[in-house]
Structure formats: C-alpha cells, structure tokens
Write a protein of this length. Sequence first.
Length: 504
Amino acid sequence: MTATKASIVVTLDIGGSAAKASAYDAARQVCLGQAEAPYPDPQPGADPGLFDPDGWWLAAVAALRELQQRVDQPAGRYLGITVSAIRIPFVLVGTDGAAVMPGLLNLDGRARNHVEQAAAPLGADGLYRLTGHWPSPGWGLPKLLWTRDRYPDAWRATRNVLQLHDWFVYRLSGVIASEPSSAGMSQMLDVRGGRWAISLLDSLSISNAVLPGLLPPGSRAGGLLRDVAEQTGLAAGTPVHIGGGDTHMSALSAAAGDGIPVVVAGTTAPVVLAVPEARTAGPAQELYPLLISDHVVAGQRILEANAGQTGLVAMRLDGLSGMSGGMLAQALADRGFTLERGGPDEPLTVLSGQPFFGPFTEVSWRPPTVIGLRDSCTGEDVYQACLHGICLAIRGTLSGLLRQSGTTPPFIVATGGMSRSASWAQLLADVTGTEVRVRPLDRILGRAGALVVTGENLPGHDDEGDEHISMYEPRAETIAEHDAAMARYQQHYRNAAVSNADPR
C-alpha cells in the first residue's frame, strides 16, 4: 500500500453523546482529521432512557460531512468506511426499513423485572456458559423482552433487530448484517459457537428470523448509498466494511498485543484483555464473572470487567472547582451525590466507581458518595478525590480480571477521554502499581478502523520505540498510601453489601 493509492479509512464512531468520524491514512499511519456532531437535544418531557435512531443517524451524517470537508481528498484515495459503536443498544426495524420506535440506552435499567425471564430457560449458570454474560438488566436480552412487552405493536411491526453497529452499517450501505463483538452484549449470542443462541431465543419466543446474519469484522458489507454520498460529500460506492464494538476497537488499536490489559476510561470504565480463543474453551466457571465476547481479531476473544459509570460521575463535578463550605455541599446534593460525614480521621473520599465486578455488585452498589467533606474542602479537592476513586475502582476490577485470567502483564494501556490527562495517567500508574502506557486519542479510533479494513498489522503497531506512546512509571513512595486507600475504598462497598443484604 502506498500513499498515492486508496489508503484512507473512515471510521464512524457512535458514542453515548455524539457521533464522531475519523480519517486515517493506513499507508502513512497518520490521522488526517476528525469531526464530531452531537445528537439532537431530546424534546421536552422525552423519556431520558430512550434515543432516537434517526436523530443519531443525522448526527453521523453531519460528522461525516464535516470530516470530508476537512480532509478534502479525492474519491480515489478512500479505501473504505467502517463503524465502531457502543454495545447493548439495538434498533427495531420495520418492513419499510425504518426504525419502528426509539431505542433503549445502554445504561438504562428498566428491564430489571425481565432478568428472571431471560434466565429462566437455562438458569443463571447456563446463561453465562452460553452467552458469556450473567443475568443483568444491563444487557440486550432483558431490554428486548421489556420492549416486546411494553410496545407490542412495535414488536409486531419489527422485521429486524439490529445492534447499534448494524443500524449504521445498514444506513450507510443498505445491507443488513451483524458481527460478534458488538452482538456479544445482546446476550443472544452463543459466544463459543460464534452464532446466534437459537435454542435460547426459541424458548423465549424470539424468532431467529429477526436477527441478521453474522459477518466477521473487516468484511465488505456493500457500497456507500448514493443518497448518503450526496449528503456527506463522499463518493457513492465507497466500500462499507463491517466494524465492531467500541471497546473492542479501542483495545485493538491501543494495546500492544495479547496479554496486555486495556482500560477504556470514558463514561464508563471497561477493563479488557485479549486472549487466544482456546483460552475460553474450558469450563465457564474458570473465568466467571468476567464477560466473554469475540474480539474483532480472528482467533481472539475479549475478557472484560467494568468499574461502572466513572466518567459520568466525574462529569457531575463540572463547574464546582471554586466552591466550598455549605454552597459546595448543597451543589453536590443537587447533583445527586450522597454526603457522609465519615470518621474524624477519614480522608476526603469519593465513591466514584465499583471496585468489584459481577452480578454481586448490584448488592454492593453505592450511589456517587462524598465521604469526609469539610468546610475547608473545595470543589477541586472533591474532583481530585473523584479521580482517585476512579483509579481505585479500576484497580479493583483490573485485579479481578488478572486473577481470573491468570495474567501478569508487564504494563497496562489506558485510553478513553481520561487518558488525555497526564496527571490522571500517572495517578493510575501509582494506584495500580503498574506502568501505564497511553497512545494519543487521535491515533486510536482511526488506527482501529484501518486495522480492521486492511486486515493488516500496521507497521509500528508495537509500543516499543513508538514515539507516540507516553509511559508512566508507578512511584514507589506512593505505594503504602494507595494500598491503605484501596482497603478503605473496598470496605465502603463491603459495608454496602451488608446493609443491602436481604434480612431473611
């Protein structure tokens, strides 16, 4: 591949708050440009747990159009377009090819009463063995059962159930297809068989006819539709390729190979590890409670834990840095933080993420909580304590991931929005006691798309000697401090598990 031939890969990234587009020249290994378009504001009184598939598509078109104008390359330079999208949300598509209703967001928990129904055919253990995901209202299957019960007319009108990745591939190319990495959290996939879990779905009266065929990442789905080309400025017929789940794409681009954990510190904090497919062939109990899904790399799977809505908690503290005293306490309460006095020697602590991972975390769940707030504390102090809490939560979930996978990595990789901060990356290294490596975010999204579309291991993908990699070594003098903080942090969640336990 040379720089004069078709070598530009466009990756459309569908996140939780905006659609982003990135153009990456696979021949020169450079990001040529990025663009972002927020989703339309919801209408007054709209259900906050739902999203408008068509509104999100319009944001994607806007991002692609702005990207094309910024990059300004001839049509012949574009090698292809691919998609990276948040997992769990799905779109119900009718016979006319349009969405029949709004979709349910990934963080919405209203399907709680349908978890037992989803697990009934196989039991909790059997459901985990088959799908790699334990019973939870967070995954796609309970959400689909809730949608079917709550909106029967929309369900009767449904021809296809598309994962969010699938919906955008369809809108780009007109082709209905799915792929395993983004379908894994639907909890409708036989994770070891690489196919839809037909027997499970049959027992729940979900016809496999509504599910698209599965294609491997990198497969060509079709060509860019003419009307989309006219709206974006890209050439009609530009190849559209199957992509993958956003976390998997980040792990592919950010990591230096198998056995290196990747922390994707965004609105939530998944911690993932790529392993050979054979590593997941044994009894499921060996890996429980880690989530298991296909990677976007053939022959590999992803093991995953998650520290929860860490980034969303940090975002609640925006604009409070100069406050203190009663004004700060009231502002925190207004933003949904629980305030606890703590003991006389209790350091300022913010419970901003879950240090344990598994179905049992629902018992030990804590709302965002500020412990030990004093009149002398400022909003900036609370924010720094929040970042510390996030790192402690990541340390806890990372430890579980490494323990269950039997992995001892030489370093970990951090990506996501928080990784932009060198001070946060250093804090993560200090808290975990492990070297942290960070690749610039403008090289993450585009690289992932280029790796998937080209099917090549791009030169320079290894970290060693890469001048774009920042490395943060843990400072030995901080170990005792963070070990003590970790013990306190975990105890807060153990206390919550005791207080939330069923007294029977």
